[in-house]
Design a protein around this ligand. Structure first.
Ligand code: AMP
Ligand code: ZN
Length: 132
């Protein structure tokens, strides 16, 4: 059984922020910033690629509501919503989860890497490839 399923079953403790029949939210043990929270479905889906539409809607609406609550409670100036899928994308726990990371300053971390420089033709080709 995965570590998040154990948290759901109360076999491992957690600091719960929200719970209903289908969804659980709790503080990340490694607080990237103060208030860093994870939102998970109680059913074990591995990634967003496995999720069903209804669960996905419910989770994202809860992410929105909890973000508001967390921002109000912490006085954060912004929030990052992050979701890693599969090891290549940095997923360490293979139970689908969304990170809510309140932001207090720009130095905490950044997404600035080296973006690919595409020509207009390449953009059009890429958009068409995804759309078809
Ligand atoms: P990810 O890299 O997206 O898979 O993130 C997994 C997250 O789960 C990390 O931020 C961990 O700190 C967090 N985590 C792992 N074990 C626990 C736990 N027992 N309680 C709370 N958070 C955990
Ligand atoms: Zn699980």
């Amino acid at each position: 059984m995965c570590v998040f399923c154990k948290i759901i079953n109360n076999e491992i403790g957690s600091y719960k922020i929200y719970e209903d029949e289908k969804i659980l939210a709790f503080l990340d043990i490694s607080q990237l910033t103060i208030g860093h929270t994870l939102v998970i479905p109680k059913k074990h889906y591995e990634t967003i690629l496995d999720l069903d539409s209804e669960t996905s809607k419910e989770i994202f609406d809860l992410v929105r509501k909890l973000s508001l609550k967390i921002v109000k409670a912490t006085g954060a100036k912004g929030v990052n919503i992050i979701n890693n899928n599969n090891e290549i994308a940095g997923q360490a726990v293979n139970h689908f989860h969304i990170h809510i990371i309140p932001r207090y300053n720009t130095q905490e971390f950044s997404f600035n890497t080296n973006p690919n420089k595409l020509t207009e033709e390449e953009f059009i080709e890429l958009a068409n490839k995804i759309n078809n």
